[in-house]
Design a binder for this molecule. Structure first.
Ligand SMILES: Cc1cc2nc3c(=O)[nH]c(=O)nc-3n(C[C@H](O)[C@H](O)[C@H](O)COP(=O)(O)OP(=O)(O)OC[C@H]3O[C@@H](n4cnc5c(N)ncnc54)[C@H](O)[C@@H]3O)c2cc1C
Length: 288
């Protein structure tokens, strides 16, 4: 099913994200994690794509397994910045052949050692989206950044680029992680004012590793509010306590979003079925 159709339903949808195995040896363990997550009846599962395309075949394989074997809707991510247009078109053909209907179209992070203007490359996600539209009847998602994309000097400018991207044929947006819901509400207000009307799924990250969060925030530009910083300071060195506190914090964010009529929520639980299960258990009376 196309995700854009699902998002029209008047019910709460929780989706999860997984990443594909980097090597074939890890394929079975990733598949086992995905199988377990699928039993939680998520609205859909998204499968990330390694920038540079190294894990691209596994993205397609895992997304196809979720959809065709497990009967859960999936969306395959696709980045374009480190590949030629022909390589990207080949991936799109593979996705089509595997019956994948949903693509999250991304530029990807620019590799440190790469010149930006390699000929025959896409420069921005909107160019990839224009191309996907010519290659099949896909439902297309794209990324958005409530706190502004790290490369953008002005949030206003970032939103104008977002509008250009959406106008190329984006059906829905998924946001970068954030830890303060008021940031998301404020972002929604600003993009709606600029005429961006597609559904926006907030991205919620249950932080389970206190040591990784500082680096993730640096890369993504997400701010850690004082309330959450105190949790990381207190429990960051105690993995089990950090996991419990991180899941509780994420659950709190999700409940607040639902209470404010945000019905479609994407959870970055990655390949951790126990984290996804704990979130669903915490919402058992809220999401039916
Ligand atoms: C939900 C989500 C999922 C993700 N999944 C993956 C994944 O699977 N694999 C992966 O490698 N990365 C992933 N990323 C990270 C993403 O690839 C990076 O954040 C990347 O740097 C930007 O990708 P984009 O598609 O948002 O780029 P774009 O929309 O192209 O924007 C990138 C930057 O360029 C600017 N820009 C856009 N258009 C123009 C223009 N016309 N002129 C000038 N500037 C412009 C924007 O303001 C922004 O600063 C994900 C991010 C999110 C939020």
């Amino acid at each position: 099913m196309k995700i854009k159709e699902k998002l029209l339903e008047n019910k709460v949808h929780i989706s999860f994200e997984v990443f594909p195995p980097k090597t074939d040896a890890k394929f079975d363990s990733v598949r086992a994690a995905v199988d377990e997550i699928s039993t939680l009846a998520p609205s859909f599962i998204s499968v990330t794509y390694g920038a540079g395309g190294g894990t691209s075949k596994n993205t397609v394989k895992i997304a196809s397994h979720i959809q065709n074997d497990l009967g859960v809707d999936s969306i395959a991510h696709l980045t374009c910045v480190s590949s030629t247009k022909e390589e990207v078109r080949q991936r799109i053909r593979e996705m089509k052949e595997a019956g994948i209907q949903n693509i999250l179209a991304l530029r990807g992070d620019i590799p440190q050692d790469s010149a930006f203007s390699i000929p025959n490359q896409y420069k921005y996600a909107y160019e990839l989206i224009e191309d996907i539209k010519t290659q099949g009847d896909f439902c297309i998602g794209a990324a958005c950044y409530p706190e502004g994309h790290v490369e953008s000097e002005h949030k206003e400018e970032d939103i104008l680029h977002l509008k250009q991207k959406v106008d190329c044929g984006v059906d829905f947006l998924t946001s970068q992680m954030f830890f303060d819901n008021s940031v998301f509400y404020n972002f929604l207000y600003r993009i709606r004012e600029k005429g961006i009307t597609v559904p926006v799924l907030p991205g919620i990250m249950p932080v389970t590793n206190g040591k990784q969060i500082a680096r993730s925030c640096q890369l993504s530009g997400a701010e850690l509010p004082a309330r959450f910083r105190a949790i990381v300071d207190k429990f960051g060195n105690n993995p089990k306590a950090m996991q419990q506190a991180g899941i509780a914090y994420a659950t709190d964010q999700i409940i607040d979003l639902i209470a404010n009529d945000i019905h479609n929520i994407h959870v970055y639980s990655m390949n951790k079925p126990e984290v996804a299960a704990a979130i669903m258990s915490n919402l058992s009376e809220i999401v039916k």
